[in-house]
Design a protein around this ligand. Structure first.
Ligand code: GTP
Ligand code: MG
Length: 325
């Protein structure tokens, strides 16, 4: 995070700074990822001035930058795999969810996206011999669907399965949850997550999983109509890149859930597709499509991945958590 104050940006006086803060642009980073029209409206300044302010903020925030191939290779060597707890699902994922990547879970309501998210929030805390990353979890909850009771049930399920005496209370203590009230807030919470992960870095439980459940709900609700779609996509792009950066910086898994919409023009195949357009599609490293099947069964399809074949796995969503059917 940049230590610079908003007032230090050229063109930002105390009154403008105040208006920006009121609108949720509290940091240089938040200004850096805003669109000129958005900033112009909230701060009641011209778009040209807004663009200048944004450019200055981008430079100050040092967003992006180049690194050498050997640095990237060193970081890739650290990639960890987070077990889903299910044999077929893990195999399809080449061992589990990768760190330094975004894994997107999409599917219709009740398909199990939030359940999978809860399960990995438990699994990540396990030691490596049990498929975990010995880490803690940060959850950005946009729909108020985080349920500590489910975590407790899943920890109990795991205790039985693994023959360990796991303490649900401790698992809950390693899950840091924040509600996001709108898309700006959701984006700012990634900054807060970075701060928190920095604090946890040298603790016994560094943050190794960041969950955004759901990624698109606020963006979808706030940006209706074609006119604002470009703005939305620009913000979404920034958001996704902030998430990727989190994954890289902390060698963490990033898991996001996504809704589907019906494809009215689909005569063949599955008439649903994830929302968010090509920006989500291109930024998520692994895309998983969840479908309801008989009873507790769910079919999970790996739709897109840089280095794994497409495939399907069947799991069961039970009270004890995600298990092999
Ligand atoms: P939306 O967020 O609405 O889009 O859906 P989602 O994909 O996140 O669905 P979610 O993960 O919340 O799945 C809900 C489903 O999980 C329920 O319909 C149940 O089938 C199952 N489920 C949730 N809790 C339990 C539980 O305690 N026991 C069992 N057996 N199943 C559960
Ligand atoms: Mg859900």
């Amino acid at each position: 995070m940049s230590e610079m104050l908003l007032e230090e940006l050229p063109g930002v006086g105390p009154a403008t700074a105040e208006k920006l803060k009121e609108a949720g642009f509290n940091t240089i980073e938040a200004v850096a990822v805003a669109s000129p029209s958005e900033l112009a409206n909230t701060a009641e300044i011209g778009e040209a001035t807004a663009a200048k302010i944004i450019n200055a903020a981008r430079q100050a925030a040092d967003i992006g930058g180049f690194e050498t191939g050997d640095t990237v290779l060193e970081r890739r060597k650290l990639v960890g795999k987070l077990s889903t707890g299910c044999v077929e699902f893990n195999e399809m994922m080449g061992g589990g969810f990768e760190t330094q990547s975004i894994t997107e879970l999409y599917g219709e309501f009740g398909s199990g996206k939030t359940q999978v998210a809860h399960q990995v929030a438990v699994n990540v805390q396990l030691s490596r011999e049990y498929g975990g990353l010995n880490g803690s979890v940060i959850i950005i909850d946009t729909e108020n669907t985080f349920r500590p009771e489910r975590i407790t049930q899943m920890v109990e399920g795991l205790s039985e399965k693994l023959g360990l005496e796991l303490n649900a209370e401790e698992f809950l203590q390693n899950i840091h949850v924040a509600r996001a009230y709108n898309s700006n807030h959701q984006m700012l919470l990634v900054d807060s997550a970075m701060d928190l992960a920095n604090e946890l870095k040298d603790s016994g439980k560094p943050a190794r999983l960041l969950i955004v459940d759901s990624l698109m709900a606020h963006f979808r609700a706030e940006y209706v109509g074609r006119g604002t779609l470009a703005d939305r996509q620009q913000k979404l792009n920034k958001h996704l890149h902030a998430l990727l950066r989190f994954g890289d910086l902390f060698n963490a898994c990033v898991v996001v859930t996504n809704q589907v919409m019906s494809k009215p023009d689909a005569f063949f195949g599955d008439p649903t597709k994830p929302v968010g357009g090509h920006i989500v599609g291109h930024t998520a490293t692994f895309r998983l499509y969840l479908r309801k099947s008989k009873g507790e069964k769910r079919i999970i399809r790996l739709v897109d991945s840089p280095n794994l074949p497409e495939g399907e796995a069947v799991v069961a969503v039970t009270t004890a958590g995600l298990i092999d059917p």
